[in-house]
Design a binder for this molecule. Structure first.
Ligand code: RIB
Ligand code: CA
Length: 332
């Protein structure tokens, strides 16, 4: 049997189809132990995201991980109502999961993150795959958070690639630029996983068919959800496939995939009200000189992987689910 040498992880998400894949990946990875999950409004409301998360956890046989509802509204303005055209009205492509009898805990997502950061001081890894409202709130609740947390990996932004909400802004940052600016200005080790790398690593129809062919209920549910997600991406890629935003951030956080180009640079977020609001301004001028060390830089921006991501994603989930089946039905 493989020994699990897992680090504690807190996941902050807006559960969403690719968030569901990231959650499944983190549950499956032998390098991660999910110790708490917070939700935030983005693809769906924070409350709706918590319901999807609880239902997925129950389906996956992980009923003990605490789930906390976080911020409904961004720091400025109000929640825009989600992205049903991308993720469906229920956030998970209309897939009807069995309703878990669990409810979210009473603490907010920011409170849960602070509590876990103290409990796992110096070890907790944060993966943030929705708007950064909860993380900014946690920084205000506990200014020592950057010292308590080992590192934070964020799916968000666009370095050289176009945005997906405006010409320059990516959804997670565009949905709360003020929070993103605070989080990226804090003194912790940040890895940013922007559209540059998530739009160039796709999940194909053949991969989806592998999920659907599995006997595992989570695998089948994910395959069905991806059918909806592919419907959105068909106009972008011209074929049935999708970007892999959130699971790629999760895999990078657990060091599951090899990085090819990932310089550590200065990153700022535009919080003005002009046309570049929500842009992640990455100082990539070092590109011309092979990215020499940059003073004051602490944000690693992942631009290219050194391997194909989809086989790793599928392989990690299948390995975990296969071993579960073996445990459930031991050979006589
Ligand atoms: O831009 C992609 C991001 O926005 C992903 O996290 C996706 O789930 C949506 O929230
Ligand atoms: Ca997300």
């Amino acid at each position: 049997m493989t020994q699990r040498t897992a680090a504690p992880f807190y996941l902050d998400c807006d559960t969403g189809i690719d968030d569901a894949l990231a959650l499944a990946y983190l549950l499956a990875s032998p390098r991660a132990e999910l110790v708490g999950i917070g939700t935030v409004s983005g693809n769906i409301s924070a409350a709706g995201g918590a319901r999807n998360t609880l239902d997925l956890l129950s389906l996956a046989g992980h009923p003990d991980i605490p789930v906390a509802v976080g911020a409904h509204d961004p720091q400025v303005g109000t929640f825009h109502g989600g992205a049903p055209h991308v993720h469906g009205d229920n956030g998970i492509g209309g897939v009807d999961l069995p309703t878990s009898d669990r409810e979210p805990i009473e603490a907010t997502a920011a409170e849960l993150l602070v509590q876990l950061a103290h409990q796992h001081a110096g070890e907790l890894r944060v993966v943030a795959i929705g708007p950064l409202t909860n993380i900014a709130e946690a920084l205000r609740l506990e200014p020592k958070l950057p010292e308590l947390v080992a590192e934070i990996t964020i799916m968000g932004g666009a370095a050289m690639a176009p945005g997906n909400i405006t010409p320059v802004a990516e959804a997670n940052i565009a949905n709360d630029p003020e929070a993103a600016a605070e989080v990226l200005a804090a003194s912790w080790n940040v890895t940013l996983v922007p559209l540059d790398v998530t739009m160039t690593n796709v999940f194909e129809e053949s991969h989806r068919q592998e999920l659907l062919a599995s006997e595992h209920p989570v695998s089948q549910a994910l395959g069905e959800m991806l059918g909806y997600y592919f419907g959105f991406y068909i106009d972008i890629f011209g074929r049935a496939c999708s970007a892999m935003h959130d699971p790629l951030a999760a895999a990078i956080a657990v060091r599951g995939v090899e990085l090819a180009v990932a310089p550590t640079v200065r990153v700022a977020v535009d919080t003005t009200n002009g046309p570049s609001r929500g842009q992640t301004v990455c100082d990539l001028r070092g590109l011309y000189a092979g990215f020499p060390a940059q003073s004051g830089a602490r944000c690693q921006v992942v631009l290219e992987l050194g391997e194909d991501f989809a086989p790793h994603l599928l392989g990690t989930m299948q390995a975990a689910w296969l071993s579960e089946e073996q445990v459930a039905a031991p050979v006589a």
